[in-house]
Structure formats: structure tokens, C-alpha cells
Design a protein around this ligand. Structure first.
Ligand code: FES
Length: 124
């Protein structure tokens, strides 16, 4: 039997926008330890490895930040706090139920456009 794949990847953006940038960043003084908190919760639950937290650059939804993306499923959570992360790990990652009340609005995170569809729209 081979090495099992992770069941989940959790992407958390970690880009701090320099002062004066037009958009707010997901990472501010009060939210900079959210990735560390996520990793600690995963370790405390004993699920590190089958759940892989990943630091990313900006995912272009800063105005709903702090955000994180759970794959598989393309579930994006918005306006995160440590308490919300605890609940997402318990209910979604371990329990298998998406925490709907923390999911980003579909106005900001609608169904994807396939690459083939996008090429068609661009006339290529
Ligand atoms: S820095 Fe998180 S979405 Fe932009």
C-alpha cells in the first residue's frame, strides 16, 4: 500500500499588503497568527498529514479576509477568527459538514469558469 494522499488541503493566504496599498490585506497585526493557530489545531487533533495546511499568496478576496480555502470542494471561508477556525476543523474537516454560516458570499465566490469556456469568451 502506498503513502496516503491528504484528505484535505487548507490554503491560508499570508500576504501582508504594504501600508498605502488600496486593498486591505488578510494579514494584519491582529490576524497574523491565524495560520499558526490552524496548524496547531490540526496537530492537536492528531490529523496533520491527512490534513495539509498551506501558506499561499493573495487569493484575491482580501475584502472578505481573513479567508482560507478548503480543497477538495472549493469551500472558501471568510472573516476568520481563531474560534471560527476551531469550528471549521471540528465540523467540516473532521465532521464532514461545511460550516455554511462562515462561507464567503457567492457574489465574491461564484461557480468557476472552465479554461475552455474562458478561451471561448476571449475569442481565442
Ligand atoms: S491577502 Fe488574502 S485574499 Fe488577498
Amino acid at each position: 500500500m502506498g503513502i496516503p494522499q491528504p484528505a484535505f488541503y487548507i490554503f491560508k493566504c499570508e500576504q501582508s499588503a504594504p501600508p498605502g496599498m488600496p486593498k486591505p490585506s488578510c494579514v494584519t497585526a491582529s490576524t497574523q497568527d491565524l495560520f499558526q493557530h490552524l496548524a496547531q489545531v490540526i496537530m492537536k487533533e492528531g490529523i496533520m498529514g491527512t490534513v495539509q495546511p498551506i501558506r499561499t499568496s493573495c487569493m484575491n478576496r482580501c475584502n472578505a479576509g481573513p479567508i482560507m480555502l478548503v480543497e477538495p470542494g472549493r469551500i472558501m471561508y471568510a472573516n476568520l477568527t481563531k474560534e471560527k477556525i476551531d469550528r471549521i476543523v471540528a465540523e467540516h474537516i473532521i465532521g464532514g459538514n461545511v460550516v455554511e454560516e462562515y462561507v464567503i458570499s457567492s457574489e465574491l465566490w461564484d461557480a468557476p469558469i472552465t479554461p475552455a469556456e474562458m478561451k471561448k469568451q476571449m475569442g481565442r
